[in-house]
Write a protein that binds this ligand. Structure first.
Ligand code: NAD
Ligand code: TDX
Length: 350
């Protein structure tokens, strides 16, 4: 089974590449990634010598390049994660999100359609999406199901919603065998320190302020990234074509409560006085269009495919903190920009 995984040098993608190679000895993976600021080949250092793994640097917005890659390889399936993924960046520069998330996705869909035309049996195009396409929920009111109408608010979620619609359109129009999953907020190792949890771990570690948007009342539903990768593997193999699956941990936290828990764990791990890290908390201007609450109803995935999260948030957050503290070199490489030399140093001339 030769799979194309896009965005494999990113946070979730690196866990997905590792999951497929470890869980399926007969699987080969081509990881296609353009290595934006969010792509870091050091995330996959442990797989570099695996003959079943290959890295290709390329941009999914380049239709000719994507078409050529499909004509040169007989991919059984695609797991598509490459995206611009940070909401704050989408507010600053929406166009980059349209280019990668919408145009890039359509380029991949079209290349798969052309390559697989007349021979769709056993193929699958898996699109990895987000709960943010459903919009926002009232405090304490309801959860997102697979039939919740789309209502995106940020340029990021609007671009992901658009890409989801194109994936369904390729299924309905051309019979492309597609599957989509919409997942809640992920946390874990190898996440770029612009997202809440790794940013705050790094800031506490280095004694910098913790900027909490608005009053910290916003609620997110957190899932450990390795549970997400396991769900993607399961849905890739056992999900039904044309279907959508919500993935989430039934694990809602107000930002302010999460930050306080994180501060307590960090104080303990760094052997600081209890309450020391909380003194770094600062309430700052709210994010524009900040969605109040996300909560995923993942009962379809549980009842149809038997998936459930494997660890509690307290356990997962503790493991996550331990990973970042044990991998200060990774954090320093990312924050200094040194990680961007990794490609030349390891792949230059190959
Ligand atoms: P990330 O930003 O860490 O990684 C994205 C990867 O895509 C990077 O390696 C980057 O180099 C690559 N990439 C970006 N533009 C590209 C292009 N034009 N061509 C080729 N490669 C490109 O993102 P992530 O947090 O790992 O998210 C992965 C996917 O999961 C995204 O589609 C995102 O929407 C979705 N998702 C993320 C979360 C979350 O909490 N992080 C939750 C649900 C869904
Ligand atoms: O400095 C911060 N201060 C703060 O209060 C940051 C970076 C975030 N926040 C808040 C905003 C959100 O309410 O914390 C919450 C989480 O923020 P992010 O980590 O930026 O995640 P979010 O905006 O919820 O989106 C994430 O989950 C869904 C991912 O970035 C998306 O890729 C995914 O689709």
């Amino acid at each position: 089974m030769h799979l194309l995984i896009t965005g494999g040098a990113g946070f979730i993608g690196s866990h997905v590449v590792r999951r497929f190679l470890r869980a399926h000895p007969g699987c080969r993976v081509t990881n296609l990634d353009s290595l934006t600021y969010a792509g870091n080949l050091a995330n996959l250092r442990d797989l570099e010598d695996d003959p079943r793994y290959r890295f290709v640097r390329g941009d999914i917005t380049d239709a000719a390049f994507v078409g050529k890659l499909f004509s040169e390889n007989d991919f059984r399936g695609v797991v598509h994660l490459a995206a611009e993924s940070h909401v704050d960046r989408s507010i600053a520069d929406p166009t980059a999100f349209v280019m990668t998330n919408v145009i890039g996705t359509v380029n991949l869909l079209d290349a798969a359609r052309r390559a697989w035309e007349g021979n769709m049996e056993g193929r699958r195009f898996y699109h990895v999406s987000t709960d943010e396409v459903y919009g926002t929920l009232e405090d304490g009111g309801g959860m997102f199901t697979e039939s919740t109408p789309y209502d995106p608010h940020s340029p990021y979620s609007a671009s992901k919603a658009s890409s989801d619609h194109f994936v369904r359109a390729y299924h309905d129009t051309y019979g492309l065998p597609v599957v989509i999953s919409n997942c809640s907020n992920n946390y874990g190792s190898h996440q770029f320190p612009e997202k809440l949890i790794p940013l705050f771990i790094n800031n506490i570690r280095t004694g910098r302020e913790l900027p909490i948007y608005g009053g910290g009342e916003n609620v997110r539903d957190w899932l450990w990234v390795e549970d997400h990768a396991r769900a993607i593997d399961l849905i890739y193999h056992e999900g039904k074509n044309g279907e959508t699956y919500n993935i989430g941990g039934h694990n809602e936290w107000r930002n302010i409560d999460l930050v306080r828990l994180l501060c307590r764990i960090m104080d303990r791990k760094l052997e600081r006085a209890e309450g020391e890290s909380e003194t770094l908390m600062r309430f700052v201007t709210d994010r524009a269009g900040h969605d109040l609450r996300y909560a995923i109803d993942a009962s379809k995935l549980k009842h149809e495919l038997g998936w459930e999260p494997s660890i509690t948030f307290e356990e997962g957050l503790e493991k996550t903190v331990e990973w970042y503290l044990a991998n200060g070199e990774w954090l320093e490489g990312v924050t200094s920009g040194a990680y961007q030399n990794y490609y030349e140093a390891h792949y230059g001339g190959r």
